[in-house]
Ligand binder design. Sequence first.
Ligand SMILES: Cc1ncc(COP(=O)(O)O)c(C=O)c1O
Length: 453
Amino acid sequence: MTKDVKFLGRTLVARDQAHLWHPYTQMKTAPPPLPIVRGEGVYLYTEDGKRLLDGISSWWVNIHGHSHPRLNQALFDQAQQLEHVMFAGCTHAPAVDLAERLVQLLPPGLTRVFYSDNGSTAVEVALKLAHQYWRNLGQPERRSFITLHHAYHGDTVGAMSASEASVFTQAFTPLLFDVTRVDAPYCYRCPLGLERTSCRIDCLGSLEAALKRHGGTVAAVLIEPMLQAAGGMIVWPAEFLAGARRLCDAYGTLLIADEVLTGFGRTGRMFACEHAHVTPDIICLSKALTAGYLPLGATVTTGRIFDAFLSDDRARTFFHGHSFTANPLACAVACASLDLFRESDVIARVTRLEAQLRAGLAPLTGLPHVGDVRVIGGVGIVELVGDKGTKQADGYLDDIGPRLAAAFLERGLLVRPLGHIVYFMPPYVITDEEVEWALGQIEEVVTAAIGGS
Ligand SMILES: Cc1ncc(COP(=O)(O)O)c(C=O)c1O
């Protein structure tokens, strides 16, 4: 009996449920997974013929739409040439082309590209680089990290350590290293109880105090510039980012920008650091780097950091790598994605999307349980609360999230709230009409779930 005959008559979901284990999924209680058989543009198609608008860009990775003919062609062409080769002792054109193009596009001064294969590894590499940088310079005491409350940097052990302690990390607490966590500029829930209209970004005081207290032991400050994503879709004032750079300079430590989500236009600039004209010492990229096609990470540093690893002593080498470092297929698709940025004004499209999200979501602020509506670039966010006065909310495990997700799905919209945080983050190729339709669904579903005024 061949495998195909054995599977005859069984749905994809039935076969999945016999053998698979899904991420972030309580396999006992979660609804069955969506059997996706095809993607085109902003739509995904299920085995049983449903069409879903991808309102979360397939976990924030897709930008030019699914199964884009130009990206498909780039992948096919590269596969004819070279599918993969190890990257220690070998190089290839897609990796070099992509590095040259990234260096041109990134904030000035970021000139050395170290590839890995996802967002967590891009962060892990950044942490290890910062640590060894100081060690190579003869300052091994600079080995601690400062990160922000509400941060999320990934699921590997270093990235988890740097993230906010949460339900995502609690089972692993004994494995994690200590970091110093400081206030994030979460204006709706200001850590100092101030109002953005009158404050002077006073929350930076917490970072300054930590730098003062820990002085010469800090290797780096790690941030998600302008948009802290999984920790609550928190949109920053650009002044906080500028201030973080200023403080890192003043206290002589490194600034690492985790742009795994924000890179490649998501906040309305090619890179979020551009909002404050900041060059970090290290930047972490992934997700939309390959337009959502293939896993690839890049950690890009300044020449100063690279130079600290140059030595006749091989012990000063950066001993880190992965089997699929700089995979040529992924690099070729990333280059094709950058071609699309150059040929059509993708950033202008995101700016238009931002205006439409602002106008479309604004009316929701009047609803009784809508605490805050915020928008940056191609991301629209609605924060739901139990009570507008106290701003009480139950966080990621709030069951309003799955309930809303199910209601959106019924209407053909794939959106996966982070507990009480509902957000819409479509591929940039979405049309104005499709945005209008999706925002209409969000307004109706949210209103029905929480009760209109
Ligand atoms: C800011 C940020 N950093 C790192 C990561 C981890 O990326 P990955 O899921 O590819 O490991 C994520 C994922 O959502 C992220 O949003």
